[in-house]
Design a protein around this ligand. Structure first.
Ligand code: SAM
Length: 253
């Protein structure tokens, strides 16, 4: 059964109209007809089995018939991904994987060394919606337009732990910043953060500037972490960090 995110309220027996794209998908692509069903969710009323009760030209209507899943929060803390946009397909990949890995919020941030200074918000929202439908989420992540690093940090809800993925050390002249001032392994840091909302921060291809690292480390709720002894591409680092967080602090438990 195809699964669709809809904006309409989902109430048993109360028909609602699909948008043209969704009607086209069910009727022409999936070749469904009157009485056939789809699974629908709206982020508020759980997931329902809904039957096609009207097809008129390019339009179609569904009627929720029975609720398949309750809209329940898993009680876990919320995860935000703050990431510097990189090349287009890699950035699309980050948005899609953040959705699959349960991020509640996806916030592109512009840092000193970010090459890509603007993003296509409508494109990100479409990627996130399709990933949420595929990954059986009952909600959509909140995807925001790109903003400055400082603005993104200021917007974090009080009490959010900032997990700063810092691949560098403090020795400016040494490769990778040398050995002094390196962050602790992420897996070592996380147990103490269990139950706390978290924001994972991933930098651009060129990493963070020394000034940004000093500024980030000076913040009270910043936790610099290492993702091991190799430099990961930004998209690899994002997936690795979110995976670790979900496994140790999130809903994989
Ligand atoms: N500065 C690196 C260099 O000079 O090659 C490149 C940065 S890396 C491609 C992009 C981002 O991924 C980093 O800013 C960091 O947030 C994260 N990252 C990559 N490898 C990491 C590691 N081993 N530990 C912590 N974070 C890492």
């Amino acid at each position: 059964m195809p699964r669709l995110f809809v904006n309409s309220d989902l109430v048993e027996g109360e028909a609602f109209a699909l948008d043209e794209g969704q009607a086209n998908y069910l009727i022409r692509v999936m070749r469904l007809g009157l009485g056939d069903a789809a699974r629908v969710f709206n982020g508020r009323h759980g997931e329902w089995r809904a039957e096609i009760n009207k097809i008129e030209g390019r339009r179609a209507e569904l009627t929720p018939v029975d609720q398949l899943r309750q809209q329940e929060t898993n009680g876990c803390a919320q995860l935000t991904l703050l990431f510097a946009p990189v090349k287009k397909s890699e950035t699309d990949f980050i948005v899609e994987k953040a959705t699959e890995l349960g991020a509640a919020r996806i916030q592109p941030v512009i840092t000193e060394r970010t090459q890509t200074r603007t993003v296509r918000l409508d494109r990100f929202q479409k990627i996130a919606l399709e990933a949420a439908e595929q990954t059986e989420r009952l909600d959509l992540p909140d995807v925001s337009d790109a903003t400055s690093l400082d603005a993104a940090l200021a917007a974090l809800p009080f009490g959010t732990a900032l997990i700063f993925c810092d691949e560098a050390g403090d020795e400016a002249e040494a490769p990778w910043g040398g050995q002094s001032g390196r962050a602790r392994p992420m897996a070592e840091i996380l147990p103490a953060l269990k139950g706390q909302p978290a924001a994972i921060l991933i930098g651009p291809e060129g990493g963070f500037s020394p000034a940004e690292r000093a500024h980030l480390r000076a913040r009270a709720s910043t936790h610099p972490v290492s993702l091991g002894p190799r430099i990961l591409r930004a998209e690899t680092a994002a997936v690795a960090a979110m995976t670790l967080w979900q496994a140790l602090c999130g809903d994989w438990g």
